[in-house]
Structure formats: C-alpha cells, structure tokens
Write a protein that binds this ligand. Structure first.
Ligand code: SF4
Length: 265
C-alpha cells in the first residue's frame, strides 16, 4: 500500500493541454524518471531533484533552477481554476513527467485530491514502475496513457537504459484492470521503426483484448535546446522526424492488426 505524501517535485504545469488525453486538460509534470530514452524531449524531467538550467539565448530567458518542491494543495489550487473548461470539454488533469509513478506517494495524494473534486484524471506513464506500485496507482485513475517503445528487452535497454520486464508485466496488468488504456508509441526513425519492432508492438497490442487504441507520437526535435541548457549531450543529433509517408505506413501496419490509430496525442 503506497503511503500518500503531501508534497513532491514538479517541473511544469501546462494549462489548456489538448494532446494529453480527452478534452481540455491541465498537465502536471512530475520530476524523475528511471529511464533516459535517447529521444526524450523532456530531459529536464529525468533527474529527480531540481537542477540548474542555463540561460536561453533564443528567448533571452535567464538561468534558473528547473524543478520545485510543491504541495498537493498548491497544485490543486492551479488545477481547480479550470474546472469549467474540463466540464465543458470532457477534460481533466493529466499527470506526466518524467515518470509520474516515480513519486508514488505524491501521485497518490494528487489522484485522491482530484477524485474528491470529481476531476477526471489520466496518468501518462512509461510503465516503468514496480508492479505493485503500478497496479495500485493505475486503479485510482480514469485513464492510462501507456508508452510502449521497444519490445525486445536488450534493445530497449540499449536505447532507454532500462530493460522492459516491468513495462511488459505492467502492460499485462493494465489490460486486466478496469481503467481504460491508450497505447502511445514513439515513432523514432532508426530505433523504434525497425520492422521487427513494429510487428512485435502490433502483435502484442493486438493480442490484448481490452486495449484497441494506439497513438503514434512522431519524433520531433523541439526539446533539443533543453539539452544544451542542461549541459547534457544530445543523443540523436542526426535523426530527422519521420516523413508523412513513414507515418502512413506504420499507421497502416497497426490498422491491419485491428487497432484504432491516431497520430499525435
Ligand atoms: S520514459 Fe519518457 S520521460 Fe522518461 S526518459 Fe523516456 S521519454 Fe523521457
């Protein structure tokens, strides 16, 4: 049983989000992730603690710390301001990261606080969490956005730093729970788009009776400047976003297995 905690570390609250689940949402980004995917476009979410961010020459924003210890009540104060938009659009709150389950007690308190206000919640998860933690938290939310990247475990470890045993076990758990699940598949040219991986993703998701929707998230370079500001090496400096043709082919492959495919969030 996860012990709820009253504060934790977040690095952003995004209002009026429209790609993180249904309707108009507020997305709360929790800091800390057990993976370090080469294509991560939120690298400031990986380390658990606050860290320095260098000045940004392009926007002339000065140096600052990214990540801040924040209380559940402060987050709820921000979240509650937009209840009218959630109600009118069928939206709510999405907890993202980083990996939101990396701070399980904090996430649990936030889910309880939203439930008390009858606000719809979604967890955007990599699935990389101890199965008992995953199971408890996923039963407390209204929607799981479950990232599935690479099926072969050693290839998964090569590109994300972590093997995928927990991810696959948790996907199985998720498919047996009542909470609806949408799969999110990052389409990263040269990595996740290998034919064997595409077939394995399609076979696995297609075999799950309760999960029928997959969102293709095309690789993009918009988070790139953050690597410089965090003084970290960019891992994929040469990789271009997938072409429309590539996205269409992957969509067709998934559709042929009976999956409902969306491109984007
Ligand atoms: S799991 Fe998500 S947040 Fe964590 S490193 Fe990978 S892409 Fe980034």
């Amino acid at each position: 049983m996860i012990l709820p905690t009253e504060d934790g570390i977040i690095f952003r609250i995004k209002k009026y989000a429209i790609h993180d689940g249904p309707g108009i949402r507020t997305t709360v980004f929790l800091k800390g992730c057990p993976m370090a995917c080469l294509w991560c476009h939120n690298p400031e979410g990986i380390r658990p603690e606050p860290e320095p961010l260098k000045a940004d020459a392009k926007t002339s924003s000065g140096p600052k710390a990214i990540g801040k210890r924040t209380s559940v009540s402060d987050i709820m104060a921000a979240v509650k301001k937009d209840i009218i938009f959630y109600d009118e659009s069928g939206g709510g709150v999405t907890f993202s990261g980083g990996e939101p389950m990396f701070q399980p007690g904090f996430l649990k308190s936030l889910l309880i606080a939203c439930r008390d206000q009858e606000i719809h919640t979604a967890i955007d998860t990599s699935g990389c969490a101890p199965p008992n933690v995953f199971s408890e938290l996923s039963e407390m939310t209204d929607l799981l956005l479950f990232d599935l990247k690479i099926i072969d475990s050693s290839t998964h470890a090569k590109y994300t730093t972590v093997a995928n045993d927990d991810v696959l076990q948790n996907l199985n758990l998720a498919s047996e729970q009542a909470t609806p699940v949408r799969i999110r598949f990052p389409l990263v040219p040269g990595i996740t788009d290998e034919r064997d991986n595409l077939n394995a993703v399609a076979d696995l998701v297609g075999s799950l009776q309760t999960i029928d929707t997959i969102d293709i998230l095309p690789f993009h370079r918009t988070g790139e400047g953050k690597y410089d500001r965090l003084q970290r090496d960019k891992h994929l400096p040469e990789t271009a976003p997938p072409t429309d043709d590539m996205i269409r082919q992957v969509s067709e492959l998934f559709e042929e297995r009976g999956l409902i495919v969306n491109v984007g969030g």
